[in-house]
Design a protein around this ligand. Structure first.
Ligand SMILES: O=C(O)CCC(=O)C(=O)O
Ligand SMILES: [Fe+2]
Length: 223
C-alpha cells in the first residue's frame, strides 16, 4: 500500500506495568533520564486517576469505573516525538490526523513551538502553548466505554519550516487481552449501544492499518 510517512522521529518506552520496563533499552544520557521518567510516570498516574475518577462521576458511575479499565496488566507507553524543521511543510504532516487508541493520553507539549491541532466539526484548531500545562486527551477506548458520551478527538501535528518541536506523550492503554465495549450502565432504549465489542490488541492492529490508510479506527467499530 502506498502511504505518506510522517515528518517525525519517535521513540517509545513501556513504563507500566513496572515489571515490563526494559531498562537496558532506556537511554543512559542524560544520566537523570531514568529517574525523571520514573517520577514523571508516577505523577502522571496520579493525574490520570484523578481525571478518570471525575469522568466517572460525571456519568454517575462508580468512582473507580474507568480507573478499573487500567488494571495490573494495562500498558502505559511513554512516547517521545521529535519533529525536525521541515523544508516543505505544506507537503507533509508531523503526524497524520488520528485519534489515540488509548483510554486516556497525557501530552506534554513543546512550550515554544506550536504544531498540534484538534479537529472539531470539521475545523482545525491550534492547541495553544501554555508553559508547563499538560494536555489530557480522551482516547477511543474511553469513547467506546462511555458509549460515545465522551469523544476521542481527531488531532494532527503540522510541520514547521524553521523550528524543530518536541513532545512527550503518555499513552494509557488497556490490557491487550481485555475486551473494550460500552458500559452496560450507559446503554438503554433511549441510548442504544453505539460500538461493538473488540479486543484491545485487535483494536490496536486496526489503528495501525487505518492510520496508514488515513481513515479512523473508531469508525470500524461503530454500530
Ligand atoms: O506531538 C504532539 O503534540 C502530539 C503527538 C500525538 O498526538 C501522538 O503521539 O499520538
Ligand atoms: Fe495522538
Amino acid at each position: 500500500m502506498k502511504q505518506t510517512l510522517d515528518w517525525c522521529d519517535r521513540f517509545y518506552l513501556i513504563v507500566e506495568p513496572e515489571s515490563r520496563r526494559l531498562y537496558t533499552l532506556w537511554p543512559t544520557q542524560p544520566p537523570s533520564f531514568r529517574d525523571i521518567l520514573c517520577e514523571y510516570t508516577a505523577r502522571c498516574r496520579e493525574v490520570t486517576n484523578l481525571v478518570l475518577e471525575n469522568l466517572a462521576k460525571i456519568l454517575s458511575l462508580h468512582e473507580n469505573y474507568f480507573v478499573n479499565m487500567l488494571d495490573e496488566n494495562a500498558m502505559t507507553y511513554a512516547r517521545f516525538n521529535y519533529y525536525p524543521h521541515c523544508p516543505k511543510p505544506d507537503q507533509v504532516f508531523g503526524l497524520k490526523p488520528h485519534s489515540d487508541a488509548t483510554v486516556i493520553t497525557i501530552v506534554f507539549i513543546d512550550d515554544t513551538v506550536s504544531g498540534l491541532q484538534l479537529q472539531k466539526e470539521g475545523v482545525w484548531y491550534n492547541v495553544p502553548i501554555i508553559p508547563n500545562a499538560l494536555l489530557v486527551n480522551m482516547g477511543d477506548a474511553m469513547e467506546i466505554r462511555s458509549n460515545g458520551f465522551f469523544k476521542s478527538p481527531v488531532h494532527r501535528v503540522v510541520t514547521n519550516a524553521e523550528k524543530e518541536r518536541l513532545s512527550v506523550v503518555m499513552f494509557y492503554s488497556m490490557d491487550p487481552e481485555r475486551e473494550i465495549e460500552p458500559a452496560p450502565e450507559l446503554v438503554d432504549e433511549k441510548n442504544p449501544r453505539r460500538y461493538r465489542t473488540i479486543k484491545t490488541k485487535d483494536y490496536i492492529t486496526e489503528i495501525s492499518k487505518t492510520f496508514a490508510r488515513g481513515t479512523l479506527a473508531i469508525d470500524t467499530v461503530k454500530i
